[in-house]
Structures are given as structure tokens and as C-alpha cells.
Design a protein around this ligand. Structure first.
Ligand code: ADP
Length: 312
């Protein structure tokens, strides 16, 4: 019982490869209702960013870049945003049995994310190689690593769970998550790719930016799609027909990285809490604007109520 769980915690630090075996042997923790406001099934990455004067052409070497190393991945960014907006979130994912994996797990837990559903697998931790020039133009290469091994083994979804996926893990795992979610299921369809009709039909909500909306024609039939338009705000479409919209908040742009992820977490929490469409969009725009004004891809947030429009 308790002793096994202590061993688990030690294994996390000192022998990650033993962790999955130990988890199977340890008796389950006493059953308690899931208190997570949002369950994210998705990617966990290290973002390695080189900030340089200009992007290299193919075959070219550019020198003099500054290196930054930050926690990232759409899944982890959305789980951290949800935990900060709503107090607690649950992450289902996978990291490697390397030092980055341990660091990312501890970072998620420190942000208030329940990481018991994050497995450590014998693969490198997911890594995004990002190059940014002085105009903010970027090139991104994602090495999925452990994210390709996300599995729903030992994961259960209760009817009250609100579940959010993105497309940085295997599509089959996203489809299985959708099938096994008894309650509210949302998909941030990013990066854009063709979607099976069965998945689109199961989504209670799909969230995309306008480029992704144009690239995924299947979404024209979807029940409810939120489209983000950067500094132009966001709108909701039901079967291709606009049913609500909200303007963006004015903000001095510091970094747009992570704004879409913060918007996703906020909109799903707001709609799942029963807020009306326009109020939910306005709250998510306020959260997105806060993220745009913050240098981090995982900014600090106040509780979601703080971003609700004041009654007029
Ligand atoms: P993505 O980063 O996924 O392309 P967007 O750029 O559309 O997504 O941004 C997501 C949301 O963040 C927008 O709908 C808006 O609410 C907010 N946002 C993004 N850019 C700005 C901006 N320049 N000013 C104010 N809000 C912004």
C-alpha cells in the first residue's frame, strides 16, 4: 500500500525504467472521485529554441543564435493552462526514461497536473526543434519520441470527465480516446491533418485556427467548431454556420506561442461548465490575450472566473 507508493516516488527519480513495472505491482490508491476539471490526452515536449538573426536556407549554417529550453507540447501546454485556470487537470501521455522526462513530469506536477497517467517509456522524450528569427518568423521540427507511445492501457474515463486531445500523438490513440470518452470530448485539430468521419462525428467541440479550418474540409459538417482568428478574435460554427463570435482583447504582443493552447483549455472549461457560447468565447479570448502578453508558452493564469466578461 503506502510503502509501495513511496517506492514508486523514489523510482520516479532514480530508476525510471522500473516505474511501469512497479505501477503494475502496486495496489491501486484508495478510490477517490476524479477532481480534475479537464483530462488532456496528448503530447509532452521539450522546446529547444534557437533565436537567431535570420532563418538558415536549406544546406546553410547560421551562427550566433541564443538557445532557450522550455517545457512545451500542445498537450502539456493545455493541461498546465487548465490546471492554472481551474485548480486541477489530469494528463495522459508519455515521456522518455531520460533526464528530460523526469524534469517535465516534475514541472507538470508542480503546475497542479495529475501525472499518474503519464508513462515513462524507453524512448527519447518528445522534442521540438524551433528556430526563430528577429521578426518572430519560425521553423519547427517535432521529434515525437515518447509521444508516439501514448497508450490508454490502465486509463479509464468517467462520465463527468471532460476530455481534450490534439493531433501531436498517434491518430489511432485520439480516435480510441474519443470512443472511450462517455462525457464531453473536445479535439484541438492541430497540427492539421485529414480526420476520419467517425472522429469528427464524435466530437462535442473541435477547436482550430483559421489556417487549420481551411485545411480540414471535413469540419464543415462538424457539430460545433471554434475557429480562432488571432488579433481578430474567435467564432463558433455549427455545421458550418456561424452561431457566435467575440472580438479579441487589445494587448501588446510579447509572444503568440501558447496562446492557442491557452484559448483551447479556457474554451473547453467554459463550455463544459455550461456558459453560453458568446460568454465562453469572450472568456477564452481574454485568456488568449493574457497568453499573448506573456513571454512563456505556459503562462501563469488567474482562475477562469477572472476572465469572464463583467455583466453589463
Ligand atoms: P494559433 O496560435 O493556434 O494560431 P491564434 O493566433 O488564432 O491561434 O490565437 C488564439 C487566440 O489567442 C485568439 O483567438 C485570440 O483570442 C488570442 N490572440 C492571438 N493573437 C492575439 C493578438 N494579437 N491580440 C489579442 N489576442 C490574440
Amino acid at each position: 500500500g503506502a510503502r509501495c507508493r513511496v517506492v514508486l516516488e523514489l523510482a520516479e527519480d532514480f530508476a525510471p525504467h522500473l516505474l511501469n513495472t512497479l505501477r503494475r505491482l502496486a495496489p491501486a490508491a484508495p478510490a477517490e472521485p476524479s477532481r480534475a476539471a479537464l483530462t488532456v490526452v496528448g503530447s509532452i515536449n521539450v522546446d529547444l529554441t534557437a533565436v537567431c538573426e535570420r532563418l538558415p536556407a536549406p544546406g546553410e549554417t547560421v551562427i550566433g543564435a541564443d538557445l532557450q529550453r522550455q517545457p512545451g507540447g500542445k498537450g502539456a501546454n493545455q493541461a498546465v493552462a487548465a490546471a492554472r485556470l481551474a485548480g486541477r487537470a489530469r494528463m495522459i501521455g508519455a515521456v522518455g526514461d531520460d533526464p528530460d522526462g523526469g524534469l517535465l513530469l516534475r514541472h507538470l506536477a508542480a503546475a497542479g497536473v495529475d501525472t499518474t497517467g503519464v508513462r515513462r517509456v524507453p524512448a527519447p522524450t518528445g522534442t521540438a526543434l524551433i528556430t526563430v528569427d528577429r521578426h518572430g518568423e519560425n521553423q519547427i521540427t517535432v521529434c515525437a519520441g515518447a509521444n508516439a507511445e501514448v497508450s490508454l492501457e490502465d486509463v479509464s474515463f468517467a462520465p463527468e470527465d471532460v476530455v481534450l486531445c490534439q493531433l501531436e500523438i498517434e491518430l489511432d490513440t485520439v480516435c480510441e480516446t474519443a470512443r472511450r470518452t462517455p462525457g464531453f470530448f473536445a479535439l484541438n485539430a492541430a497540427p492539421a491533418r485529414p480526420l476520419p468521419a467517425e472522429l469528427v462525428e464524435r466530437c462535442d467541440l473541435v477547436i482550430v485556427n483559421e489556417t487549420e479550418y481551411a485545411r480540414i474540409p471535413e469540419l464543415a459538417d462538424a457539430e460545433l467548431v471554434a475557429v480562432t482568428y488571432g488579433a481578430q478574435g474567435s467564432a463558433l460554427y455549427a455545421h458550418g454556420r456561424q452561431i457566435a463570435s467575440a472580438p479579441a482583447h487589445e494587448v501588446a504582443v510579447v509572444s503568440t506561442v501558447g496562446a492557442g493552447d491557452a484559448f483551447c483549455a479556457a474554451l473547453v472549461l467554459a463550455l463544459a461548465a455550461g456558459l453560453d457560447h458568446e460568454t465562453a468565447l469572450r472568456a477564452a479570448n481574454a485568456v488568449g490575450a493574457h497568453a499573448v502578453g506573456d513571454a512563456s508558452s505556459q503562462p501563469e493564469f488567474s482562475p477562469l472566473e477572472h476572465y469572464l466578461p463583467s455583466p453589463s
